[in-house]
Write a protein that binds this ligand. Structure first.
Ligand SMILES: [Zn+2]
Length: 492
């Protein structure tokens, strides 16, 4: 049984699925795994006629706690401010808006339509979390006890799981709450609380409600589960390791909020060459880049075909990972196995796609040959994916460029003789199939093995010793051009 069907097999009653994204930077392809998995679960539950609410949130109340180098000049001064307050990269948007929109567009492309899209900054302002805030402040001993148990470390009596937006400098990342009197929290804005932002030194008292501040994020996570009644929320491995934030939030929701823990579902990262894929190391690609080259169907397929707790190796650059993924997609789509059919069904997005019969690697060769429009009619969208793959990701060995002049390579007498035979007889051959047969025949006549013979053709046309099907390559070109090229080489 497909893993997601199995996971939800015995589920009963209304389900609330939650997932969220911190809109603080470009969307790495790994960040799409959570949304695709949660959407798949929501779709299966809807199919089973289970009442389900799928919520997707943008955590834009979080402070900016780091910036890519190219934004330091323009946005360095906003480090520490909540994402919804700092200005964006364009007019009329906030920093959080900018990256939320990026993710929203990706969700649309992937056919992910949450029932509720929310921004935490809005919910805080509307007072949606006020009840949870009162609980964590009133019962702060219980919160501290969970942290102390988990980290085996004593917390100070003045530690509160809450930060306010400094009324003076607008930073949240720099403030520390030290007391709560049932109406207001006492806070300080510190210059040395974090290394990435410097507070202004302001001290005072302020109400913690209606958006004046936020719970620290592990507590906020549990508060969301309590407030929304979340029953299912998975987490990436970075949060889901033993004793990590996922575990703490699980303890908090039970021990502080007296609510049920959601179903636990930890999912693994993608690996690039055995290592965690990370955009900062130049491994891996962004969500936009991924969709551009494999389309929404293969993206969903990549994220759900394997059980979530197994890491998937996927190094798109300079490798055959992308053609292999298309091959696997084709194989699953033709398979009679129930699990394979199910994965293909759950990989569909928006419009129905006709899956070509031609292999992706062949399409990638055809797009590099002239005069192949007819052969490419059947494969439609995949032409575009193949072009992008060749342009941006394919290893050099997969790229074929018809050489404008005679390549500066050495040709043996046998090779020259073979090319001469082809140039003299090419005009009499009527079809690609016929030509393929003749190329074999003539290689024997020219005292060459077929491998040597084809290498001569590739050298003459592409300047390298390998290439796509030789007959197809020759037929894709202007026949006079081929005749002339082979003739020229035979006279060298
Ligand atoms: Zn301040």
């Amino acid at each position: 049984m497909f893993w997601a069907d199995k996971l939800l097999e015995n589920i009963k009653g209304k389900q609330v699925i939650n997932d969220s994204f911190t809109p603080s930077g470009i969307v790495h392809m790994g960040s799409l795994k959570g949304p695709v998995i949660h959407d798949t679960l929501a779709k299966i539950l809807k199919e089973k006629k289970t009442e389900v609410e799928f919520r997707y949130g943008f955590d834009d109340m979080d402070p900016i706690d780091g910036l890519p180098a190219n934004l330091m000049d323009s946005h360095g001064k906003y480090l520490g401010e909540p994402l919804f307050m700092a200005p964006g990269l364009k007019k009329d948007e906030t920093f959080g808006d900018h990256f939320s929109k990026m993710m929203e567009n990706l969700l649309k492309d992937l056919d992910i339509k949450p029932d509720i899209l929310y921004r935490t900054s809005v919910l805080y302002k509307e007072g949606v979390f006020d009840k949870a805030i009162r609980i964590v402040l009133d019962d702060v001993e219980k919160v501290r006890a969970v942290y102390e148990e988990m980290y085996k470390k004593k917390l100070s009596d003045s530690w509160y799981p809450f930060q306010v937006i400094c009324p003076n400098c607008k930073k949240l990342g720099t403030t520390k709450v030290t007391n709560w009197d049932g109406k207001e929290v006492e806070y300080e804005c510190l210059s040395n609380l974090v290394v990435w932002a410097k507070g202004c030194g302001e001290k005072g008292k302020v109400s913690p409600f209606k958006g004046n501040g936020k719970m620290v994020w592990k507590v906020e996570w549990a508060a969301k589960w309590f407030t929304f009644g979340v029953t299912i929320e998975g987490a990436g491995k970075d949060h889901a390791s033993a004793g990590g934030s996922y575990d703490i939030a699980m303890e908090l929701v039970e021990k502080v909020f007296n609510a049920k823990k959601p179903m636990k579902l930890a999912y693994e990262f993608f690996l690039a060459g055995g290592k965690k894929m990370s955009s900062s190391k130049g491994l891996g690609i962004t969500g936009d880049e991924l969709l551009e080259v494999i389309g929404p169907q293969r993206t969903r397929f990549l994220m759900v075909k394997t059980e979530p707790n197994i890491a998937v190796e996927f190094s798109p650059k300079d490798s055959l990972a992308i053609p292999s993924l298309f091959d696997q997609y084709q194989a699953f789509s033709k398979s009679d196995e129930e699990d394979h059919k199910r994965v293909i069904y759950l990989s569909q997005a928006n419009e129905q796609e006709d899956i070509p019969q031609t292999r992706f690697s062949t399409i990638a060769q055809l797009v590099q040959m002239p005069n192949t429009q007819n052969e490419l009619k059947e494969v439609k969208d995949w032409v575009q994916y193949a072009k992008i793959w060749i342009e941006k990701y394919a290893p050099e060995s997969e790229k074929f460029i018809i050489q404008k002049g005679v390549p500066q390579l050495n040709f043996s007498d046998q090779e020259k003789n073979y090319l001469k035979i082809i140039s003299e007889r090419l005009a009499k051959v009527s079809s690609e199939v016929d030509l393929a047969a003749k190329l074999y025949e003539w290689s024997a006549e020219g005292m060459l093995t077929t491998n040597q013979a084809f290498a001569a053709i590739y050298k003459a046309l592409l300047g390298k010793d390998h290439g796509p099907k030789a007959a197809a390559l020759i037929r894709s070109l202007d026949q006079n051009f081929v005749k002339k090229r082979f003739e020229e080489i035979s006279k060298l």
